[in-house]
Design a protein around this ligand. Sequence first.
Ligand SMILES: C[S@@+](CC[C@H](N)C(=O)[O-])C[C@H]1O[C@@H](n2cnc3c(N)ncnc32)[C@H](O)[C@@H]1O
Length: 296
Amino acid sequence: MTQTTPLAQRIQQFYDTSSPLWERTWGEHMHHGFYGHDGRHRKDRRQAQIDLMEELLRWADVSSAQTILDVGCGIGGSTLYLAKKFDAQAVGITLSPVQAKRAGERAAEQGVALQAWENFDDTHEPAVQFQVTNALSTPFPDGSFDFIWSMESGEHMPDKQGFLRECYRLLKPGGTFLMATWCHRPTHTLAGPLTSSEQNHLDLLYDLYHLPYVISLNDYSDLATTVGFNNIKLADWSRQVEFFWQDVVRSAMDLNVVAGILQAGSETIRGTAAIALMTTGFNRGLIRYGILRGSK
Ligand SMILES: C[S@@+](CC[C@H](N)C(=O)[O-])C[C@H]1O[C@@H](n2cnc3c(N)ncnc32)[C@H](O)[C@@H]1O
């Protein structure tokens, strides 16, 4: 696979090959954890990942949902968690067929019904569907979901405005969109535009994680306003989540994990190298963890 391979295909292959190892080593959630508002609470990594979801829901004031879209669902960690928490019906979309298949197996293992989204009803029984669908162009009718959740998938989107526009289209009037995504630092402040050293740092990360580019949280806010979202709320939770990478590094020291990384092949080895870029990126204030809520 080279840089001339289309982005969606590179993302698909990255997650097809790395997801089984990630699940074995780090579990069903492929996202950061929450270590307290001061970032200092040390806790089990998986608990930190659950806490991040709960803190996000509280921050966004989401206490119920009936139909949910999980954009970039991985192996369905959040999809299943949210469907069960809210007795909701949820669709998870991903570019990776391996992830969609595994997510469906995990639903069956947890006794959550698999149900086609066309048949979602008002039963208040948790049900899920997982499918390979590009978030930039989905088959769902306008206003299909009352809650749209995007956990660390926005950074992969080559058309950020198109991504937000599609989420807005899919949201029911009165519904909530909640996203957590990797950003770069703001550039409208005294710090000014990104320096060439910062840009080089990001370019390496883009290459290793198959990201087209990231933007600042303020840029996301402007785009969200442009596509029609209202009631927009923003926060930078870099401090709250950055300890996650130290924990990932610690677990990657395990010999079995190293063997798994080597077995999974070059894509996963490259992805592992990116851990160092994330750690230093947070340290120098370049990489930021942005969260955004919007309503329709
Ligand atoms: C870092 S993983 C996060 C997975 C999941 N949200 C979680 O927290 O466990 C990024 C996910 O975004 C998905 N993704 C990236 N670009 C996408 C796109 N254009 N359409 C749909 N899914 C996409 C990937 O397939 C992958 O499942």
